[in-house]
Design a protein. Structure first.
Length: 202
């Protein structure tokens, strides 16, 4: 069973965003040590492994990533409400090694060949200039085998409560390299490698 290297992020490290948080604060009794031990032996072929790391006490959602722009990138991003935070576990495969941007986009539509149907990175209507976009997520770091794994938490969003902050019905897009401001453009090839609509997970 092929093993993968791990990029474990303990909390948001967004440019201009909130300070890092300890992973124990969102994963309850699951300690950072336990997470590292489990992750070190995981297989990239098991898409349920990461979602099983997050305690299932709260509304859940999942985005299943499908390739776009002729890429082979696939993956799964799982979200679980944990108090006032949202736990996130992601595994993304077949990337070029190195860093990649991953965002929550405005529209839950991945049907266009280049994922432009997902719209721009999700931002609240009327948000103050300079405020971090609500769709910002930590960067992925792919290892030499093209796999990126992520355990983190998000603030300022919810799962399944129907509020304007609810992530369900939006989409997750993984980008080629680092793109601080991806803009949708139809009919052209772009660096939007994979897209998945965020759907409720029972």
């Amino acid at each position: 069973m092929r093993r993968v290297a791990i990029a474990l992020i303990y909390g948001p490290h967004l440019r201009g965003g909130a300070p890092r948080q300890r992973c124990g604060s969102v994963f309850g009794r699951v300690s950072c040590v336990a997470l590292l031990s489990a992750l070190a032996s995981c297989s990239s072929t098991d898409p349920n492994f990461f979602s099983n790391l997050i305690p299932k006490t709260g509304a859940g959602a999942v985005a299943r990533l499908s390739p776009r722009n002729g890429s082979a990138v696939t993956g799964t991003v799982t979200f679980v409400q944990r108090g006032d935070k949202v736990g996130v576990a992601a595994i993304v495969q077949n990337l070029d090694s190195g860093p990649h941007s991953m965002y929550i986009h405005e529209v839950g539509n991945c049907r266009s060949p280049n994922a432009a149907s997902a719209g721009r990175v999700w931002a609240l209507v009327g948000a103050a200039p300079g405020r971090p976009r609500i769709g910002n997520m930590p960067e992925l770091m792919a290892n030499g085998e093209g796999t990126a794994n992520l355990i983190t938490e998000l603030r300022g969003v919810t799962v399944g409560d129907g509020s304007p902050l609810d992530i369900i019905g939006h989409s997750v897009v993984v980008h080629s390299g680092l793109d601080p401001d991806p803009r949708p453009e139809f009919g052209v090839r772009n660096g939007w490698l994979a897209c998945g609509v965020i759907e409720r997970q029972e």
